[in-house]
Design a protein around this ligand. Sequence first.
Ligand SMILES: [Mg+2]
Length: 201
Amino acid sequence: MMSGLQSLRYKGIIFDMDGTLTVPLIDFEKIRIELGLSGEKDMLEEIDSWPDAKRKEAWDLIESYEKEVISSNMLQPGCRDALVRFRESGVKLGILTRNTISGVEAFVGLIGIEFDAVLTREHPHVKPSPLPVQEILGIWKLAPNDVLMVGDYIHDIESGKAAGTGTCFFHNPGAKFFGDLADFSVSSFGELEKIVRKVQH
Ligand SMILES: [Mg+2]
């Protein structure tokens, strides 16, 4: 039986977005480099101007990336359900990302969940600075040790630590491990929920 804030270890969770709420996504910059695109023209226009064989090769590569994303899905498995349950339990949810505000808007539209604070690349301070974390603590009026910072990169953990929050490293398959620096390390939203809800495991 899930109950309210009393049974929770944290009253707020600040999430990194890319590679934490979402699986690591297509890297268009990587595709540009791999295809040798100049970047001066629109990607599709430039590819269309190439000879047949080269054009086919380019489309095959792009499609292989698209298929990867379709089959793996954009959200981390279990992410949406976990966030819904956190909200139902009264946990505040935040996004702290180096992505753009339009990137976050697209994501929030897709996931259909309300976030209590969102700070993006447009903010004057970005991770690993503790300042954006501290700003969210101020908005929420929560003490650092009531909040957990969750992310899949060293900057996420560093910004949380410097601000005095709990920290949780999210380890994606095959990604570099920074869990030694964090209070917790998980590789799924199920594991994260157990930490937030103080379930023994
Ligand atoms: Mg990330």
